[in-house]
Design a protein around this ligand. Structure first.
Ligand code: TNX
Length: 418
C-alpha cells in the first residue's frame, strides 16, 4: 500500500483465498498464493513498494482481516458514467478493496435500464440533484462494469433502495404512486417517498426489477436499501420486508440492507449495514441484527462516510455526522465499535460516498483520498499491527503517485505531505 503492516499468518499457516507471500531479494520478486486474488494483491503490494524505484528486500506474509472491503458510490444523486466507475474500480484495486456497492436508485434518479419497465431509466434517469444532468447505465454498460470489476477481484453489489427513496420510480410510473402523479425531485431532503406496502403492483414491480438485476449480477448479494423510510409506517415497513425478502431469495441471492431492516424478522443469511452514529438507534439495530444471526457490515458515518467534510474548511461534503478527518477514519476498531457486535459477527466494512454535493469524479476523489487509504488499512490489517504514526508516513508516500496520475486528494494538515 500503503504496504499494510505485515501480517497475520505464520510460515505454515493457510494464506486463504486472498492471502499471499511476497519475497523480494535484490529486485527480484517471488510470489506465493493459493488463489488468483492473492496473487493479484501481491502484485498490488509490489507495485506500491516499487513506486519510488526498485523494490526493497522484503518478506511479507499477508492476508486480509475482513472478507468484505467495500466502497459505495451513490450514482443516483449525481450520475457517474462507466469511465468514472472504471477509474474508481482501479482505485479500489490498488488498495486491495473487493466490493463496489452501487446505489442505483433514489428520489433524484433511477440509473439502470430495466427492460420490463423502460420509463424508470428513460424518464426517471433524467434528473439529478440541483437540476444537474442525469443519466443511466444500459444493461451492457452495467455488464461492462461488472466485468471490469471482476477482472480486479471486485464484486459489484447493486442497490435498489426501497420502500423509501423511490420518488424517481413513482414519477416514472404513476401506478406505483397509487395513480396520483408524482413530481420528479431534485432537492436533497430524505424520507418523503414510499412504495405502497399493500399494493400488489409494488411487488410485481420489485419482482421484475430484482429479477433483471439478479440476471445481470454474478455476485451473491442484492442490496434493497431499506433506510430512512420515514413515510412508511412501522407496520407497513414490516409488511413490506416480509414480501420483499422472498423476492430476493427467489433469485438465489443473499439480501443486504441498511441497519433499519434489522427492525424486521430477517431470513437466514441476511447482511445488515450499520451506519447511523447519531444516538443509540444504530447500535440497537446492529445488536438486533446479531441476535437474528445476521452478519454485519460496519459503515459508521462519523468514521467512513466520505461525503462528510474533513473539517470546516472543506468546500465539498456534508456534516450531519460531524467532520471526519483522516485520523478519525484510521483510529477505530470495527470489532469494539458497538457493544455486543464482535469480530465474529462482522463480515466487513464499507465506506459510502453519497453524492448530494459531489458532481464529478474529481470531487469524489477529493473526498476519498487520503481517507480511503486509512479505511483500506482498517479493512485489511489486523488491529494490533496498525498504528497512526506508521500510517501517516505510508500515506504521505502515495502523494507523488496521485500527483502523477492526476488523482485529486485533500492535503489534510494531519499528514506531512512531501
Ligand atoms: C443518509 S446513510 C442516507 C443517505 C444520504 C446520506 C448523506 C443512509 C443509509 N441514508 O440517503 O445521502 O445520509 O450523508
Amino acid at each position: 500500500m500503503i504496504v499494510p503492516a505485515p501480517a497475520s499468518p505464520g510460515p505454515d499457516e493457510a494464506l486463504g483465498p486472498e492471502g499471499y507471500r511476497l519475497e523480494v531479494r535484490g529486485g527480484d520478486a517471488r510470489i506465493e498464493a493459493e488463489g488468483a486474488a492473492g496473487r493479484f494483491y501481491a502484485e498490488q503490494t509490489l507495485r506500491a513498494l516499487s513506486a519510488a524505484g526498485a523494490p526493497p528486500d522484503v518478506t511479507i506474509a499477508d492476508r486480509p482481516r475482513f472478507a468484505w472491503r467495500g466502497v459505495m458510490l451513490d450514482v443516483a444523486r449525481h450520475f457517474f458514467g462507466v469511465d468514472d466507475v472504471r477509474r474508481l474500480i482501479d482505485h479500489l484495486a490498488a488498495y486491495k478493496l473487493n466490493v463496489l456497492h452501487l446505489h442505483l436508485s433514489d428520489d433524484q434518479g433511477w440509473r439502470l435500464a430495466i427492460e420490463g419497465w423502460p420509463q424508470l431509466a428513460e424518464y426517471g434517469g433524467r434528473t439529478a440533484v440541483g437540476g444537474d444532468p442525469g443519466g443511466f447505465y444500459t444493461q451492457d454498460d452495467y455488464r461492462a462494469i461488472v466485468r471490469y470489476a471482476a477482472e480486479r477481484f471486485i464484486t459489484v453489489v447493486p442497490e435498489i433502495d426501497c420502500p423509501g427513496h423511490v420518488q424517481a420510480a413513482l414519477a416514472s410510473y404513476p401506478e406505483l404512486a397509487g395513480g396520483g402523479a408524482a413530481e420528479p425531485y431534485t432537492g436533497i431532503e430524505v424520507g418523503f417517498s414510499s412504495l405502497d406496502a399493500h399494493a400488489e403492483e409494488t411487488y410485481r414491480f420489485l419482482g421484475d426489477v430484482l429479477g433483471e438485476l439478479a440476471a445481470l449480477t454474478p455476485g451473491e448479494f442484492l442490496h434493497i436499501g431499506g433506510d430512512e423510510a420515514h413515510s412508511t409506517s412501522a407496520e407497513d415497513y414490516l409488511a413490506f420486508m416480509a414480501r420483499v425478502q422472498p423476492l430476493v431469495a427467489a433469485q438465489g441471492k443473499r439480501l443486504v440492507g441498511w441497519e433499519e431492516i434489522a427492525s424486521a424478522p430477517l431470513r437466514t443469511g441476511s447482511v445488515v449495514q450499520y451506519w447511523n452514529t447519531i444516538g443509540e438507534r444504530g447500535h440497537d439495530l446492529a445488536r438486533a441484527a446479531v441476535a437474528q444471526g445476521a452478519q454485519l457490515i460496519m459503515s459508521p458515518a462519523d468514521k467512513v462516510y466520505f461525503d462528510m467534510k474533513y473539517d470546516a474548511s472543506s468546500p465539498l461534503g456534508q456534516d450531519w455526522a460531524g467532520h471526519v478527518e483522516v485520523r478519525d477514519s484510521y483510529e477505530w476498531d470495527p470489532a469494539t465499535l458497538v457493544e455486543g457486535v464482535g469480530e465474529g459477527a462482522i463480515l466487513g466494512i464499507e465506506a459510502p460516498v453519497w453524492t448530494e454535493t459531489l458532481r464529478t469524479l474529481s470531487d469524489v476523489e477529493t473526498m476519498l483520498f487520503p481517507r480511503l487509504c486509512a479505511f483500506a488499512e482498517v479493512a485489511w490489517t489486523p488491529q494490533d499491527t496498525r498504528d497512526w504514526e506508521g500510517f501517516r508516513a505510508r500515506v504521505a508516500a502515495e502523494a507523488p503517485r496521485w500527483d502523477a496520475a492526476g488523482v485529486a486528494y485533500t492535503r489534510s494538515p494531519q499528514i506531512d505531505w512531501p
